[in-house]
Design a protein around this ligand. Structure first.
Ligand SMILES: [Mg+2]
Length: 374
């Protein structure tokens, strides 16, 4: 179904680049650095990935848009929220839930279904690109023309379900990750970000127990980041993406920009920061962490890899040292949950999380759907 969709929109010229072919070319380089999964993801790891997307989103929500550092250590009740758990989620978790439901109920990628779900309910804290997508969708554009040319965070923050569902099938994973991305963000870096997040969740959720400890070694963590970068080599070519912050401190920001790519940050910058034992403040000064996936995804990955076996600490580092804190927390949480499961996490974080039960159920269903199909 999704492969057919892919071919037809590629042939019709709706895709800016053939990301499935690019990933196939890059696959060998990825596998030299990190093994692709050969087994289905355990259901509890899929569940933990989605629950931790919610935890990162909910704990980071009060710090969204604030300059770091902040000092959140627990959920903070949303003003005006009278009942229910205090871990109130935002658009990051909403869109993750809707994508998960769509993949499960459509048994794969279904563009029209996804557009319907993304436009059916009020989105909490909607981003600019997603608002533009809504306008396109409401004007009746088909799903392959609703996407906006934006490298915002809307794709990276929601792509964990794809990694859980297709962990065992690299081609399907890349195809669905990219197609669901272009529904809202038809932009090479945004599409690449969806492929990176889904693949990272697949690799982490399928990792053997010993792999988690191995990731605490900086050289291994750096290699993981480089493997994710190699996956998207060449995908951002032809676009002039710019940094917004070139290592300047918060107080001395100037309007200085440089060309950069997600590929470069994953293969070079993040590994260098990990190998030099940089702290999150230093990493944020270099990467920045706002509503731009060139910043948010590398920063979330850095925070996760710096404390790979300490999910809550990694999430708190991510939200307290970033600007788009709920989104950076959500991305980091998806990785941390997939690797570690939920067992070591204080029950508070799950008990007080809105939609925790549904996130758990959908994560399990996605992992099980994978093991029961081709
Ligand atoms: Mg949000």
């Amino acid at each position: 179904m999704s492969t057919q969709d892919y071919r037809s929109i590629l042939d019709a010229g709706h895709l800016e680049f053939d990301f499935v072919r690019a990933a196939k070319v890059n696959r060998a380089a990825v596998e030299r650095l990190w093994s692709l999964p050969t087994r289905p993801m355990p259901a509890h790891r899929g569940a933990a990935s989605l629950v931790c997307v919610g935890i990162g989103d909910a704990v980071g929500r009060p710090a969204e848009g604030q300059n770091p550092p902040t000092t959140l250590a627990r959920y903070r009740r949303w003003a005006g929220w009278r009942r229910g758990p205090i871990g109130t989620i935002t658009d990051d978790t909403q869109m993750t839930l809707w994508l998960a439901r769509s993949i499960l109920e459509s048994d794969g990628f279904n563009g029209e279904d996804l557009v319907r779900r993304f436009t059916a309910e009020r989105i909490r804290g909607i981003g600019r690109a997603t608002r533009e997508f809504m306008a396109h969708a409401k004007s009746g554009e088909p799903w392959y023309r609703t996407g906006v040319q934006s490298a915002g965070n809307g794709v990276a923050m929601r792509s964990a379900p794809v990694g859980i569902r297709y962990a065992h099938s690299f081609d399907d994973l890349v195809t669905v990750a990219g197609l669901q991305a272009m529904v809202t963000h038809n932009d090479p870096m945004a599409i690449a970000s969806g492929i990176v997040v889904a693949t990272a969740v697949a690799l982490l959720g399928s990792a053997a127990n010993g792999d988690a400890e191995a990731l605490t070694v900086p050289e291994v963590a750096a290699r993981f980041s480089r493997a994710l970068g190699e996956l998207i080599r060449g995908m951002e070519a032809g676009r002039d993406y710019r940094t917004r912050n070139t290592g300047l401190s918060d107080t001395t920001q100037r309007d200085t920009t440089q060309r950069d790519t997600l590929f470069n940050r994953l293969t070079d910058t993040v590994p260098r920061l990990l190998l030099s034992s940089a702290d999150p403040r230093t990493a944020d000064r270099e990467l920045y962490s706002g509503a731009y996936v060139l910043e948010s995804l590398p920063f979330a990955l850095f925070c996760f890899l710096r404390r790979a076996t300490e999910p809550i600490d990694a999430i708190l580092d991510a939200v307290n040292n970033s600007r788009d804190s709920d989104t950076v927390g959500a991305i980091c949480g998806g990785f941390a949950g997939a690797l570690n499961g939920i067992a070591g996490i204080d029950p508070y974080w799950v008990e007080e999380l809105e939609f925790a039960e549904e996130l758990d159920r959908l994560g399990r269903a996605l992992a099980n759907a994978m093991s029961s199909s081709r």
